[in-house]
Design a protein around this ligand. Structure first.
Ligand code: HSE
Length: 308
């Protein structure tokens, strides 16, 4: 029996729509991600447990683990069976890469139990395909950081899906999930089909300069450049209270704030723990919409998906 944990992630990180993502871990040791237990068996069986198990479709052929199993068998040409238990700890449609956590932990576990027939690039490729089935278009900015850890820049050219880039490891990433749901598919649909040349140039300038700032360790510049020209201007209307929260937590001392993935989770970056705690308190009191919501102060998860 093997147990794999795949961490939550923040897609886009404001400046890199579909191209940048970070894996995160709460500093208090809470596991913020999904787990898969797997063992070889004579027949195939899936169990789903965990706080958010009841949010998943009941039909087996709509189940993400089942889809992962099918694509794994097809890619490896194997004819085997397994017993799999998915521990669904992540809320669906939260913007924290919930589907990526299930996809990554499932495929990683299947690969390990059969002695790693697929390499990282092959695994990432099919992780992206599955993510695309769920959200309506392939994007790797959740699966890549959840699988590989750290901050990932998506390349997806010349057989390279993603590369780890250096990032300021002392940053605190405060994430606040209000307890509500936004469908990634819908949040992608509301984006413009085309953008003006001026917006494209701004976007390229900010993303390229941000990557430069991380490599040259210019922290102030990197924080300044964390701005979203592509999604936030259109998606913020889907998130009640987002603009007000952003204004207030920046006033408290957060150095950057954006939408995590397609929302409704908001993320904020702080350099000092006492500021992160104040931001977390404000968000707890003002951004959450029901008792399911949560706020976590996180660090970068540099390991990604792993055996626990
Ligand atoms: N890059 C994706 C989006 C992430 O923003 O639509 C979704 O979690």
């Amino acid at each position: 029996m093997i147990k794999i944990y795949a961490p939550a992630s923040i897609g886009n990180v404001s400046v890199g729509f579909d191209l940048l993502g970070v894996a995160i871990k709460p500093i208090n040791g809470t596991l913020l991600g999904d787990c898969i237990q797997i063992k070889k068996s004579d027949n195939f069986k899936i169990n789903i447990i965990g706080k958010f198990a009841n949010q998943l479709p009941k039909k087996i052929n709509q189940n993400i683990v089942w889809k992962a199993w099918k694509i794994f068998l097809k890619t490896t040409q194997k004819k085997k069976n397994v017993h799999i238990t998915l521990e669904k700890n992540m809320p669906i449609g939260s913007g924290l890469g919930s589907s990526a956590c299930s996809i990554v932990s499932s495929l990683h576990a299947m690969n390990v139990i059969f002695n790693n027939p697929l390499n990282d690039e092959q695994l990432l490729k099919i992780m992206g395909v599955l993510e695309g089935e769920i959200s309506g278009s392939i994007h790797y900015d959740n699966v890549a950081p959840s699988y590989l850890g750290g901050m990932q820049l998506i390349i997806n050219e010349m057989n390279i899906i993603s590369q780890k880039i250096p990032i300021f490891e002392h940053w605190f990433w405060v994430v606040a999930w209000p307890g509500t749901k936004v469908s990634t598919e819908k949040a992608r649909f509301i984006l413009p089909k085309t953008y003006k040349k001026k917006t494209c140039i701004q976007h390229s300038k900010f993303l390229a300069s941000f990557i430069h700032a991380t490599y040259s360790m210019q922290e102030k510049l990197a924080l300044y450049l964390l701005k979203d020209h592509i999604a936030e201007p259109y998606r913020k209307k889907l998130l009640p209270g987002f603009s007000n929260a952003k204004k207030n937590i920046i006033k408290i001392g957060a150095l950057s704030c954006g939408i995590s993935g397609s929302g409704p989770t908001l993320f904020a970056i702080c350099k000092k723990l006492n500021i992160a705690e104040k931001v977390s308190k404000w968000l707890n009191n003002n951004y959450l919409q029901n008792k399911n919501g949560f706020v976590h102060i996180c660090h970068l998860d540099t390991k990604g998906s792993r055996i626990i």
